[in-house]
Ligand binder design. Structure first.
Ligand SMILES: *[C@@H]1O[C@H](CO)[C@@H](O)[C@H](O)[C@H]1NC(C)=O
Ligand SMILES: *[C@@H]1O[C@H](CO)[C@@H](O)[C@H](O)[C@H]1NC(C)=O
Ligand SMILES: *[C@@H]1O[C@H](CO)[C@@H](O)[C@H](O)[C@H]1NC(C)=O
Ligand SMILES: [Mg+2]
Length: 271
């Protein structure tokens, strides 16, 4: 571990994944904090390191996510969270796009600031029960009617697990619209480079000054490294022992949990 710590010199900003790093379990009511993670967040804040929470959650607004984390005892506010919907909003504004939304009802307020009349693109997120035939077909009709069809997808996951079992994720429905309209979606969310870059911009640090801590070897660790950041994998959440022998992605370090990661990073600051 000593050698590993040496590789962590020059860190100025920390990007934390949320699910599987701060807390375990999910779904509507659920979730328990991972031991030591609340204190670890405080420790980062007290150290003077910049901090962003980075999630690909696309079912609820950041407000709802933050409320849940606060209920679990975390000191976190909405403006500390990087999420796909606000990142997509920035892109839409830059490109003068007016979206037709196929997203969960709870996510709609994230797009309040945008003009949605006479849409010239479709934005799809994890709409869960709102993925009805009617809603999908409406999005399809908008997309196929465009001269230059633009489909923006908040994530591309296949499925995920909630307390009551596995659930189809947004990627499955994204593929359906791609197939129907013969287009390729632009994906916003981990592991897309653009997504990590927005977290870095918000912290005002360079990629080589930042470190990602996540439980997903491909989306968190691989995504951040692609962007020039360093990355640690925690052995909590969706971590599996075989991740440490992953054929393509090697983390800059493997730690038991967030508390251990933060100890190593903060110790390095005082060297
Ligand atoms: C919560 O975090 C903010 C910075 O994000 C910090 O200023 C404040 O002191 C923290 N509050 C507590 C109770 O630790
Ligand atoms: C989304 O689903 C909720 C719950 O089933 C429903 O009340 C709402 O009308 C749906 N919204 C849309 C736009 O389909
Ligand atoms: C979010 O990322 C996690 C991995 O960190 C993945 O399991 C999940 O399917 C993704 N969810 C969405 C909505 O993209
Ligand atoms: Mg995670």
């Amino acid at each position: 571990m000593a050698e590993r710590a040496k590789q962590l010199a020059g860190i100025r900003g920390v990007v934390l994944d949320i699910s599987g790093v701060l807390y375990d379990g999910g779904g509507d009511g659920g979730g328990v904090p991972i031991p030591g993670s609340r204190e670890a967040v405080e420790k980062i804040k007290a150290s003077g390191l910049k901090l962003r929470f980075c999630t690909n959650e696309t079912q609820a607004t950041r407000g709802k996510l933050v409320e849940k984390l606060q209920r679990l005892g975390f000191n976190i506010s909405v403006n500390e969270v990087t999420a796909p919907a606000p990142a997509a909003c920035r892109i839409l504004k830059e490109r003068n796009l007016r979206p037709h939304l196929l997203v969960h009802d709870d996510l709609v307020p994230e797009f309040d600031q945008l003009d949605k009349a006479n849409p010239n693109c479709v934005v799809i997120g994890d709409a869960a029960d709102n993925f009805s035939y009617k809603n999908l077909n409406e999005a399809f009709r908008v997309l196929i009617g465009l001269e230059n069809p633009i489909l923006i997808s908040l994530g591309r996951g296949r499925y995920y697990k909630e307390t009551d079992g596995l659930k189809l994720d947004v990627g499955v429905y994204m593929k359906a619209l791609e197939y129907a309209c013969d287009v390729q979606a632009e994906v916003v969310g981990k592991p897309a480079k653009m997504f990590f870059q927005s977290a870095l911009a918000e912290m005002e640090v360079e990629p080589q000054q930042a470190i990602m801590i996540g439980d997903d070897i491909v989306n968190d660790v691989g995504g951040a490294q692609q962007c020039g950041m360093r990355a640690l994998q925690v052995r909590t959440g969706k971590y599996r022992a075989c991740d440490e022998q992953h054929p393509e992605v090697k983390a800059d370090g493997y730690v038991n949990n967030l508390a251990e990661a933060v100890d190593i990073i903060v110790k390095q600051l005082h060297k």
